[in-house]
Every structure is written in C-alpha cells, then in structure tokens.
Design a protein around this ligand. Structure first.
Ligand code: GLC
Length: 717
C-alpha cells in the first residue's frame, strides 16, 4: 500500500482509535475467562476489555488456530485493520536451541542465522509476525540474570550476533525488535531492574554499539528498556530516543515500550500522573505502549487540550501502519500462518540437527586433563540434578515443551546403546540441604571408571527477574562434588547455567569441565556427542568467568588503571600491600573472555606485520601461523585484539577487532591473515569526535583474550 493511502487511514481514525492503535496487551486479556498467565491479568486501567479487540497489535500468539480465530472475530466485529501478533522468540520457537549467550560462544554467525531462521519459520507458520529479539544488551555482570539473553561482554561481537539473528529472522519470515534500548545490562550490582548510571563515553563506546550495529540489518522495531539511566527513565531521554536513535542513526521503524514501562514512569518518581506518563512517552518518541493503557486513557484528551500535537500522534500511528504494510498485511492479513506447513516444519529432523549442532558449538570446554573424550567402553556413573531432567531448555523458551527436550541420560544411553547407572544425588534447588541422595550417588560412582556429574543452576535461575547475588554452583551440589572427589575417580563436570557461574570451589575437584549453558531441545544428544568425541568442543566464552561474585562486573576490555596489577596474587598471599586489587581475591577471571579448549591443541607462531607503520587511510596486514598440533581435527576461533597504548582518553587493554573460525585437520597448519585499517582504531576522542589518533598500538592474536602473541605498530599522519 502506498504511504499516502496509509496516511489517509490515519486521518480517518478518531483520536480514540489512534490511541488504541498504539496500545498492546497480551492476547489472553481478550478472554475474560483466561487464566492469569505468567504475568497475571493486567490492570486494564482506563480501557475496557472490549476495547482490546481494537488495538493495533497484540502480545503473544497462543498458536495458529487461535490467531486465525481472533482475526476472524475482529472481522466479524467490522475491524479491517491488520493485526500483527508479537512474541518473544528468543532462542527457538518449538525446536529450542541453546540460549543466546551460548549461541554467541559458537563464533559461528552462519549457524546463528540458521537457528534464527528455523525459529522464525516455525513461529511464522504458527501465527507469529514479530519477535522481540535480538536482545543485545552488553553483559558484563554475571549476577544479572538476563546476560543469558545477550551475547556477552564485547560490544563488537554482540553487534555481530544481533545482526546474524536479524538476518535469520528475516529469512524465516518474521520482523524483529532490537532490545532493550538502552543500557539495561548496566544494572547496578547486577540487580534486576536496578538503576544504571552510564557516562556518555561509556554509552557510546560500549553500551550503544551493538544496538547501532543491528541497524545495518534493518530491524523493524526497537524496544525501550525498563531502566533508569543517569537519573531519568529511558523514555525521558529525548536525546537518546529521538536525537540519537531517530535523527543521528536514522531509525524510522516502530519503538515499543517494555511491558508496563510507560506506567512505571510514575513508579520511578518521574511522572506524577498517568496523563504525564502518556505525554512524556509520546514526546519521548515512543510509538506502542505495551502492557498498560495510559495512551488509551489520556492521549485523546492530551491532544484536545493541546498538550501534545495530533501531528505527533499521527506520526506514531503512521509508523505502526507502515510496519503492517512492510509485513504485507494489507494485502495478506493472515501473513505466513499456515497450519499444514507448521506441522511439517515443527520439530523437524533438520531443525533438531541444527539445534544439536548449536549445542556442540556453543558448549565451552573449560578444563580437560585428558579424561575427555570418554571411551564408549568406559563404565560411567551419571550423577547430579541435571543428569536426567528435561528442564534444560532455558528460560524464555518460546513454545518449547519440556517433554520434547532430550535429557543428558537419554542422550548418553542412546549413543552407548545401553543403560548407564544414574543418581541425582540432590535437587537443583538453590537452597536445598537434603543430602539423603548422596549415598546412592557415591555408591554407583564407586563402582564406575569415571563419574559424570551434571550440575549448575536451573534454567529458571537466570533470565528476566532472576539476578543472583551469589553466583556459585548451589552449596548442596558443591558438597556432592566434594564427596565424589574423595572417591579418587576421574570426575567430569557438565555444568548448566544461564550465566558464567563461579566455579572456583569445584574447579580443582574436576578433571574436566564442560560448560553447556542451557542447551535446549537437543541438549542431551549434543552433550553426549561432545562427551564421547562425536563432536569436538570449540565454543569460546563471550563472558569472563568470575572467580567470585565479588569480582562482578568483570570484563576483558577494561582499563589498565594507574596501578595495574603487578602480579595476580591476592596481597594477603603476596604480601604486597597495595599493588593488587583485592586482599582476598585475584584480579583476573577464572577463565577469560574468548577462552575455550578443544580435544586437540592449536599453536600460534610467526606473528608478522606487512609494515610497522600505517599511514592514515592506509592498511597493514597481520599474519600468524596456526597449527593443529594435536591428534584430532578441530575448530579454533582465532581472535585479533588491538590496544591503543596512549590516547586523549585511555583505551582498553585489549579490544576484539576481528576473529576467524578455522577448521584444521590434525597436523595441518595455515597462515591466517587480518587487515588493520584506520577505521578499526577509531574511538570517541577527548574532543568528542569519532577518530583514530596517531601513535603506538599493540596487536594481539590468540585463542583467547589472555594467551596471545603480541606485536607493535604505529599510526602516523
Ligand atoms: C518482558 C521483557 C521483554 C519482553 C517483553 C514482552 O518484561 O523485559 O524482554 O520482550 O516483556 O514479553
């Protein structure tokens, strides 16, 4: 439909119709008898249930049949306006692949894209038109439960992951929404919904990068975040929501609020009345109000009294109609809803295969003294609270069904074609104290050649509203692991978590640690393939693993500080009173950003530069020799980091500037090259411009952010 026709539709609407066009409620609110789903029945505020049939869009999509029925009812009510259904399809729709944090650890954008396309295809056939994904909030604090949904602590890589997800969603036929704009991941103390205070510099250099990068793939929506930023709720920041997002970045899609966030302007102590909430949100650039009704209650009157202009209201309504037009819904209101195709594509073999590959490539091998891969002939004892549970699909698992998820025990027994001794040992509850299951776990372990303990945090202990102040493996499990260690048998820990958990107290007990995050529907099969070497671990962690919760936030691209750690010993041990960060803890993480082992070994050598000096506008090429010096084929993610040694504002000790995932057969070697140009060296200088400053730089290359080869180069005018 031409834009002028859309404008005609807008001008034909009453003020009340325009306000409802900008209102979004959950689908179950349409049915008074609906049981109060997860968030409970909403407070409809100033609108009645009948009005909900006239909103412009709707949240959640139960299934294709219900979507079709709701659209039919709207037609019978004489409503011709297309009605997009929006849902959180975060890491799969019915075939659930690993949580986004694990997907980011694959360093495989093609696989990320394929998984997103799979999710979009399953979802769009079942009535979903828009997903509230990708979430690209920078995740530096593992106490925050929502690091699970993001792509970790690096701004550049978070953007690459978000872009790949958008490409996949678009290939699969749904629109997408970049969230949560902005800075939600900087919640103070990692506490959910807590205040954020981010300098302009840190916003620009770190927290905004990934949202900005996602624009390259034309997302249709942005979602404004819950958090207070620098003293104002995000909807109070016109300089971000309008001047930056719309004017500087040129985003012309729809901005939707997070659930209830408009009404929460009152809770924040920013807007005294609902009327103020509506006025501030609309003039702050918000188009759709999700989960509350201050727009419907107050916008008509605000326009009539001149407090907001009808032109501003029309602009927002037009963007919503443009979204529907982009979705092709004026020509085809049902879009991709196709129940027959849905039944063909859902939980397909090929979909499960992609999901399984994501488990294999996203899991991170943190430790292995040679006990892995296991021999199929080995007599194992499978223990721990996550050995046989299907509750490993992760939080925000769309329409994924627990009963469709493959647990570790099932995956291992299918691979071995025999039953394996199993005992849970304890529950996965955070504060469980019941040790009665230990005895059975110890008994079967004593009779085994190797113990495989499946431990960690439950999938509902991460995700929204699941921050944790103590991110260790729960105490009951730590006690079980200590008991098992006393049996002096090889001990493999398979660890589940929606965040990097603190493993310091169990690391020494383990002969191997395979970190599987929340692996999704094919979890058990993928993990079995990794344990027995049918797949070779290649994941690289995209978040630093803290040694203790007290280190959070901890991230690799930090500043040197005036008193950098001379050595990494707690001063209580080193005796140095002031040259380290803590008296009782190392400064460094247990495992650094980019870290992950394989079943083979890779050696880096001969790092060279085509020139030691680079002129502005020029480029130099780095090469390094990579050799698979182990006995198995495998993938290595080569990581290139740069440090700007001296600048008008201090620069991080390392910044990821490029990577290459390389497959090498055992014994094979290859020269890997990387082009350095001036663009890679730019930052927001003290003068406020985005530019590179001449001077000395260091280039690092390695299989993680800590163990690197290093060389130097210079940027000259
Ligand atoms: C939630 C989340 C957001 C999600 C929205 C709709 O509260 O913060 O990520 O997209 O509500 O479910």
């Amino acid at each position: 439909m031409e834009q002028k026709e859309l404008k005609k539709l807008v001008s034909a609407m009453s003020l009340e119709e325009k306000a409802l066009q900008l209102t979004q409620y959950p689908v179950y609110e349409l049915d008074e008898s609906a049981e109060a789903v997860v968030t409970g029945l909403c407070d409809l505020g100033g609108i009645d249930r009948e009005a909900l049939w006239h909103t412009g869009t709707i949240l959640n999509a139960p299934n294709g049949e219900t979507v079709q029925s709701i659209r039919k009812t709207r037609r019978e009510k004489g409503i011709s306006d297309p009605f997009p259904f929006m849902l959180d399809v975060i890491h799969g729709y019915r075939t659930i692949y690993p949580v986004p944090l694990a997907m980011a650890c694959t360093f495989n954008t093609a696989l990320i894209e394929d998984c997103a396309e799979l999710a979009a295809t399953e979802a769009s056939c079942d009535g979903v038109d828009v997903t509230f994904s990708p979430m690209v909030d920078l995740g530096r604090d593992a106490r925050w439960g929502r690091v699970m949904e993001g792509a970790g602590e690096d701004p550049y890589w978070s953007g690459e992951v978000g872009k790949a997800m958008i490409r996949g969603y678009h290939r699969g036929g749904i629109a997408c929404c970049v969230k949560h704009f902005a800075g939600y991941g900087a919640a103070e103390a990692g506490r959910e919904y807590n205040t954020t205070d981010i300098s302009e510099r840190n916003l620009r250099e770190y927290y905004l990068c990934a949202y900005r990068a996602c624009l390259e793939e034309q997302p249709e929506l942005f979602m404004s975040s819950f958090n207070l930023l620098n003293g104002k709720p995000i909807l109070g920041h016109k300089e971000i929501m309008i001047d930056l997002l719309r004017k500087e970045w040129g985003f012309d899609g729809v901005v939707i609020s997070d659930f209830g966030a408009v009404e929460e302007l009152h809770e924040h102590g920013y807007c005294e009345t609902g009327r103020d909430c509506a006025r501030v949100a609309l003039s702050g650039g918000l188009d759709i109000e999700m989960g509350s009704s201050v727009y419907a209650s107050y916008l008509p009157e605000l326009v009539r009294t001149g407090a907001v202009s009808e032109a501003q209201l029309d602009e927002a309504v037009l963007r919503v109609l443009e979204l529907k037009n982009k979705l092709g819904m004026y020509e085809n209101p049902e879009r991709n809803t196709d129940l027959q195709k849905r039944d063909e594509v859902t939980l397909s073999k090929s979909g499960r295969a992609i999901s399984r590959r994501a488990v294999e490539e996203g899991s991170v091998l943190l430790k292995n003294n040679g006990v892995l891969p296991l021999k199929e002939s080995a007599k194992i004892a499978l223990v721990g609270p996550f050995a046989s549970t299907r509750e490993i699909i992760g939080n925000w698992a769309g329409k994924g069904r627990i009963e469709e998820c493959v647990p570790v025990k099932e995956g291992v027994e299918k691979l071995l074609q025999r039953a394996v001794p199993y005992a849970s040992g304890c529950s996965w509850k955070l504060f469980d104290t019941d040790e009665s299951g230990f005895e059975e776990a110890e008994r079967i372990s004593a009779q085994a050649d190797c113990i495989v303990a499946c431990v960690g945090e439950h999938m509902m202990n991460s995700g929204e509203a699941h921050s944790r102040a103590d991110i260790r493996i729960p105490e009951i499990q730590r006690k079980l692991i200590a008991k098992l260690h006393k049996l002096k048998k090889p001990l493999v820990l398979v660890v589940f978590g929606g965040r990097p958990l603190v493993l310091s107290e169990v690391e020494a007990f383990a002969d191997a640690i395979l970190y599987v995050w929340q692996p999704g529907t094919e979890g058990g099969n993928g993990i079995a393939n990794l344990l027995y070497g049918k797949a070779i671990p290649c994941g690289k962690t995209v978040m630093s693993f803290p040694r203790s919760s007290g280190q959070c936030p901890i991230y690799y691209n930090c500043f040197s500080t005036g008193r950098p750690k001379k050595q990494d010993m707690p001063s209580a041990l080193s005796g140095e009173e002031w040259r380290t960060g803590y008296d009782d803890e190392y400064n460094s993480p247990l495992y650094p950003f980019g870290y992950g082992l394989s079943y083979t070994e890779f050696m880096y050598s001969d790092l060279k530069l085509s020139a030691a000096r680079m002129k502005r506008g020029g480029k130099i090429t780095a090469t390094v020799n990579l050799k698979n010096v182990g006995s198995r084929d495998g993938y290595e993610t080569v990581q290139w980091y740069i440090r700007d040694l001296f600048a008008s504002v201090v620069r991080p000790v390392k910044e990821l500037k490029g990577y290459e995932k390389v497959f090498l057969k055992a014994g094979e070697e290859r020269s890997i090259s990387f082009e350095i140009n001036e663009e890679l060296l730019k930052f927001y200088t003290d003068g406020g411009e985005y530019a590179a400053e001449k001077g000395a730089f260091e280039l690092f290359v390695g299989g993680n952010s800590r163990d690197c080869l290093k060389t130097n180069f210079e940027l000259v005018d």
